[in-house]
Every structure is written in structure tokens, then in C-alpha cells.
Design a binder for this molecule. Structure first.
Ligand code: GTP
Ligand code: MG
Length: 373
């Protein structure tokens, strides 16, 4: 475990030599400026000053572990096309859920989905043999919090606007989120079956928010639909595929898996359950992963059709079992080389989280104190 001089120790901590010598004396150790003291003694002194002493060995492995969390850049030749990931946003009651239902139903009646979709916070549909992944959870609150946490999960946003109601406050919010995230937007003008429906007014209002639709000379795709009467849904999905094609979405399936936690909860029987979106690489049952402050080996994976799967490639949403804790929506997950590495990274993160919580609670109590004065 090595030795360190009094001078070096003082320098490391930004303290004066006499401060360190004084502390040593109080511990019953007489030392001069150039004297070497043992690691054990040095760490005791460091602790007194509020520092933690680590050996060179420790910091090296910690660096290595940190490096494991960095995702290496993909080479162009390793990239393969991947399906688009789509979220549906819009004002309250404008028909987001109904639209997703209609999309799934269209798919089921065509006999491609293989049954009723079990809810896992994501669903997959196949249109003309091409896959589209819909994230069910992100209403724009989830969208915002994910973005705030640096997670970008959506390739395309569908903005639902009710034709009888027009642009409302949350519609504007959704437009701004999509703009900020630089996600292409497709407008679904919904409820065109209703008596008071006025798609032209919606187009007018969209233009007032900088979205000029195609038939008005702009480049924003707007599709009139009725989620209730199942009108225009096919056309909407075709437009999604068209935009996806222009985006040239690609990922490298042949590297360790990386992606984002969409949602997670503690299940009574199954323990922590997380719905994750694989964005790069391929996740397999048995892979050790870190997800936020949680770690573990993937014990089982369930796809959007409720079926157990062993492998999940890019643009696949799966529910995973086997985590130690419940991660947060928006957390990144990364496959790591071993169980042990996974645990040690998660432990370090939990420690950091505790320290931050402690700090913020201390700040809070100081604030409380000032408020009372
Ligand atoms: P929140 O999740 O509460 O924000 O609402 P939402 O956007 O998911 O809307 P939802 O799908 O729950 O629909 C709201 C209401 O509008 C329901 O009563 C639907 O039946 C109705 N609705 C949705 N789409 C249509 C449509 O195309 N035509 C008509 N007539 N009604 C619709
Ligand atoms: Mg809804």
C-alpha cells in the first residue's frame, strides 16, 4: 500500500505542512516535512481533513471501470438499417391513446401482430413488412424528463391535434419539445369524423406556430385521421415510414448493448422490472448490465407481444427482469463485461447519489435556518 511524504500529503489536500504535522501530532505521530508516513496513517489524516485516500491501484481500476461505461463510436461500415422509434404527443383528450389503439388494431386485424399486445410501455407494428416501434408512455412530460436527462429515444414524433379543438397549450409545448430535440414531426389531424371538425383551421393555426403543411407549400406532413372510425391510419403509418427512410436510421447491432430505460417499477412477484429500448448493440439473456443505479444479469426478456425472447437488437423495446433495483425512466443502460463490474459501477453510483442527497439535505437545513432568522 506504499508510503507518502508529509509534504506530498499536504500538497494533495491543499493544506499547509504545519496543519498536517499538527494533526499527526494529535494522533501521536511525530513527523517532519520530508518524512514518509504509511498509507494507513496518511488516510487517517486525510479523513480528518475530509478527504478520502485511494491507492494508485484503486484509481486505476476505477478509471478502467469508467471507461467501460463510455460507448465507443461506431464505424460507418458496421451500421445497419434499424426501424424507427415513434412517440405520440398532443393536447389532453385530442386522441393520443385512441390513435395508438387504432394503430395496433389495424395491425392485429391484418394478422401480423400475432394477438393482443400486452402493455409493456411500447408496441411494435409491421407495415408492408417494415417495423415501427411506438413508445406508449412518453406523453410529453416523459418526453421532457427524458430529454432533461440527456436521453434521446424518439426518431419521429406524431403530433395529434383534434380537428374540432385546434392548437391548444400542450400542442404548442409538444411542438417546442420536438423542435428542441430536433425530431421530425408528423401531424395527425384527428377526429375528422366529428361535426365541428375543421382541418383547415388546424393547418392555419399550425402555420402560426411555424409549421407550414405540404398542401400550403410547406414541408410539414399532416394527415387527416379518425382514430375512432379508423380513417387515414394506414396513410399516417406510410408517412411515418417515408420520414424514417429519409432519416436513414442506422445502428450497429454487433457491439455490447446500450439503450435507455423507458419505464420501470417494482413488481410483487418478479422484482424490479424495466422496459428498455435497445438503441445499439444486441442485448441477450444472461448479459450483465448497469441501468442507472441498478445492476444485474438479464434473467428474462419479454417483447411487446408478451413473448419471451432471448435476443433484442437495435430499436427493440423489451421488458427485462433480473435487476437489483428499480432504475428511472430516462436512465441509460449499458452491457458490461461481468456481473462484478456491473455491481461495482452500480454501487459507486448509489454512493454518489447518497452523497448528493446528503449535500442537498444539508443545503436545505441551512436554508431552513436562514428562513427562521
Ligand atoms: P389523455 O391521455 O387524457 O391526454 O387523452 P388522449 O389524447 O389519449 O385522448 P383519448 O384517446 O383518451 O381520447 C379522448 C376522447 O376523444 C375519447 O372520448 C375518445 O373516444 C375521443 N376520440 C379520440 N379519437 C377520436 C376520433 O377520431 N373521433 C371521435 N369522434 N372521437 C375521438
Ligand atoms: Mg391518453
Amino acid at each position: 500500500s506504499g508510503k507518502i511524504t508529509v509534504q506530498d500529503l499536504a500538497n494533495e489536500m491543499g493544506k499547509t505542512v504545519s496543519e498536517v504535522i499538527k494533526e499527526l501530532m494529535m494522533m501521536g505521530t511525530m513527523a517532519t516535512i520530508n518524512q514518509e508516513i504509511s498509507f494507513e496513517i496518511a488516510s487517517l489524516v486525510a479523513t480528518k481533513f475530509g478527504f478520502e485516500l485511494t491507492t494508485a491501484d484503486d484509481s486505476e481500476t476505477e478509471d478502467e471501470i469508467e471507461k467501460l461505461m463510455e460507448i465507443e463510436e461506431d464505424k460507418e461500415e458496421d451500421l445497419k438499417p434499424r426501424p424507427p422509434v415513434v412517440t405520440v404527443m398532443g393536447h389532453v383528450d385530442h386522441g393520443k391513446t385512441s390513435l395508438l389503439d387504432a394503430i395496433r388494431k389495424t395491425n392485429v386485424t391484418k394478422g401480423e401482430a400475432g394477438g393482443i399486445t400486452q402493455h409493456i410501455g411500447a408496441s411494435e407494428v409491421k407495415i408492408n413488412g417494415q417495423k415501427i416501434v411506438f413508445l406508449d408512455t412518453p406523453g410529453h412530460e416523459a418526453f421532457t424528463s427524458m430529454r432533461a436527462r440527456g436521453a434521446q429515444v424518439t426518431d419521429i414524433a406524431i403530433l395529434v391535434v383534434a380537428a374540432d379543438d385546434g392548437i391548444m397549450p400542450q400542442t404548442v409545448e409538444a411542438i417546442n419539445h420536438a423542435k428542441a430535440a430536433e425530431v421530425p414531426l408528423i401531424v395527425a389531424i384527428n377526429k375528422i369524423d366529428k361535426d365541428g371538425a375543421n382541418p383547415d383551421r388546424v393547418k392555419q393555426e399550425l402555420s402560426e406556430h411555424g409549421l407550414l403543411v405540404e398542401d400550403w407549400g410547406g414541408d410539414v406532413i399532416a394527415v387527416p385521421v379518425s382514430a375512432k372510425k379508423n380513417i387515414g391510419i394506414d396513410h399516417l403509418l406510410e408517412m411515418v415510414l417515408l420520414v424514417a427512410e429519409m432519416e436513414e436510421l442506422k445502428a450497429n447491432p454487433d457491439k455490447r448493448a446500450v439503450g435507455t430505460v423507458i419505464e420501470a417499477q417494482l413488481d410483487k412477484g418478479r422484482g424490479p422490472v424495466a422496459t428498455v429500448l435497445v438503441q445499439g448493440g444486441t442485448l441477450r439473456v444472461g448479459d450483465p448490465i448497469v441501468a442507472g443505479v441498478a445492476s444485474g444479469k438479464v434473467r428474462a426478456m419479454i417483447n411487446s407481444k408478451g413473448k419471451r425472447v432471448k435476443v433484442a437488437g437495435p430499436s427493440t423495446a423489451v421488458e427485462i427482469l433480473g435487476l437489483s433495483d428499480v432504475p428511472q425512466g430516462g436512465d441509460q443502460f449499458v452491457e458490461v463485461p461481468s456481473d462484478k463490474v456491473a455491481r461495482s459501477i452500480a454501487e459507486k453510483r448509489q454512493q454518489q447519489q447518497r452523497e448528493e442527497m446528503l449535500k442537498s439535505s444539508q443545503r436545505l437545513s441551512l436554508d431552513d435556518l436562514f428562513n427562521q432568522m
